[in-house]
Ligand binder design. Structure first.
Ligand code: AMP
Ligand code: ZN
Length: 481
């Protein structure tokens, strides 16, 4: 069974065949964060789904070299640092640290390399020089350098936009329009204004453009001009990835990345969650309401290319699902009295069948939604066999096999036991049910016009950190307030 990946470049599911002649090593680059603030759960969707892809490739036996950059110099960083009254470098450092803390909370493994843009300025300048020498770039009078889009015949092959559509995506800056030869030309090297972070270059003091950074770090960190997989959110397809392709391929004359993967948006109230719209939820804020296991499960509950809605219903469903399998696993361990051997699942025909279904889903463009269906069936079986063993009628070997398979699935999805909430899951299930019970009692009290009692219930729950929200559809509750 071959892994098939939906490749944005070919617009179809392609068989995955790595460049490595031995077919083992895989070079993988994911566009990382611009560190001017804490990342939100929308960004986290990218980090988590790519982490699952990496784990699946490893499970298939590939040696994955996974690189994710950190953009630590950028207009937004400079602006934000000015607001906070600290140097841009210090601001970037603060949010880089927070990035690592937050990915760890979500069970996202650090990349093999996290190159920072500011550490690669020298090779970035060399890449710009190479593009100028090849007739693909030119300097303007202010000391900026631009990529000449007309010089690269394949421009647009990833996003397949026509020139008019491309222009719509462009921010019109009159000063820039004056400096460029053509409206679509984009910045490779940006001349510094006084007081901005700057490096010496053949064109004067300046800093690298964002697109250039990724081209350079991807090739440098992989020691290759062509890499296997390049990924990012769908919003990066144009112009960011289109421009990465143009710069890299114009410079080297070789294909830059063979498989382009783009994840869909996390939406909130029907809109993309984003920093600029201000409708975002940070990991800190969410962890006060939901545990990490719930958040991670929620993020993998849809196939990565689809849009995913951030709603209380979806998060509550994720919470319920994770409680179910965490509890099933704990009960199995209690009955077994020991941890299952990791490969015990191989001894059970039923486990092998479930594993094959899971693998089929994952090999079909990392379809985690479908993979979860076989995880849920596995949990049903696990509970049935465990109950039978408790009654003295079941097969302990089968119980061990199914428990081991659950560990395998959870390891691949990264929904592992270390993300489970600290409080005992059984207890928290009951407390959830108790809250529902009190909501019910309160509704009855209100119908009986016992408003004092109803308000008392609401206030005392609020004192425990449980907030009730009334709507025509009924009352919902959440933790925190
Ligand atoms: P940024 O820090 O905004 O450059 O984003 C970092 C990564 O998160 C990029 O791959 C983005 O495409 C991705 N991303 C940003 N917002 C969302 C969202 N609402 N849903 C899914 N991915 C997103
Ligand atoms: Zn990038």
């Amino acid at each position: 069974m071959t892994l098939r990946i939906f490749n944005s470049l070919t617009r179809r599911k392609d068989d995955f065949v790595p460049l490595d002649p031995d077919g083992r090593r895989v070079s993988f680059y994911n566009c990382g964060p611009t560190v001017y603030g804490p990342f939100h759960i929308g960004n986290a969707r990218n980090f988590v789904v790519v982490d699952v892809m990496r784990r699946w490739l490893e499970h298939l036996g590939y040696t994955v070299h996974f690189v994710q950059n950190i953009t630590d110099v950028d207009d937004k960083i400079i602006a934000r640092a000015a607001e906070e009254g600290i140097p841009p470098g210090q601001l970037a450092e603060k949010y880089t640290k927070l990035f690592f803390e937050h990915i760890a909370l979500l069970g996202v493994r650090p990349a093999d390399e996290h190159p920072r843009a500011t550490q690669y300025v020298e090779p970035m300048i060399a890449l710009v020089e190479r593009l100028i020498a090849g007739g693909h770039a030119y300097a303007s009078e202010d000391g900026s350098v631009w990529f000449e889009v007309r010089s690269f015949a394949d421009y647009g092959k990833l996003s397949r936009k026509n020139i008019d559509e491309m222009r719509q995506g462009e921010r019109v800056d009159e000063e820039q329009q004056r400096l460029k030869r053509n409206a679509l030309d984009f910045c490779l090297w940006k001349a510094a204004k006084p007081g901005e972070p700057a490096w010496d270059s053949p064109w004067g003091k300046g800093r690298p453009g964002w697109h250039l950074e990724c081209s350079c770090m991807a090739m440098k960190c992989h020691h290759a001009e062509t890499i296997d997989i390049h990924s990012g959110g769908v919003d990066l397809q144009f112009p960011h990835h289109e421009n990465e392709i143009a710069q890299s391929e114009a410079a080297t004359g070789r294909p830059f990345a063979r498989y382009w993967i783009h994840n869909g948006f996390l939406n909130i109230d029907g809109e993309k969650m984003s920093k600029s719209l201000g409708n975002f939820k940070t990991i800190d804020a969410l962890l006060a309401l939901y545990d990490a296991l719930t958040l991670r499960h929620f993020l993998v509950s849809a196939s990565y290319r689809r849009e995913l809605d951030f709603t209380q219903e979806n998060l509550e469903a994720a919470r319920k699902a994770t409680r179910r399998y965490a509890e099933a696993r704990r009960e199995a361990a209690r009955v077994l009295g020991a941890e299952p051997a990791a490969d015990a699942w191989k001894h059970s025909a039923r486990a092998r069948e479930l594993e094959a279904r899971f693998a089929e889903a994952m090999n079909d463009d990392f379809n985690t939604a479908q993979a979860l269906a076989s995880l849920f069936d596995l949990v049903t079986d696990l509970n049935t066999v465990r109950t039978a063993v408790e009654r003295g009628a079941g097969d302990r070997g089968e119980l061990e096999a199914l428990a081991a398979l659950l560990d395998l699935f959870r390891g691949i999805l990264g929904t592992t036991a270390n993300l489970e909430p600290a409080e005992e899951a059984g207890l928290s299930d009951i407390s959830g049910q108790l809250v529902e019970l009190l909501i019910d009692v309160r509704a009855k009290a209100r119908r009986a016009k016992m408003f004092e009692l109803a308000d008392d219930i609401r206030n005392r729950l609020s004192g425990m950190g449980i907030v009730l929200e009334d709507s025509p559809a009924g009352t919902k509750w959440k933790r925190g307030g």
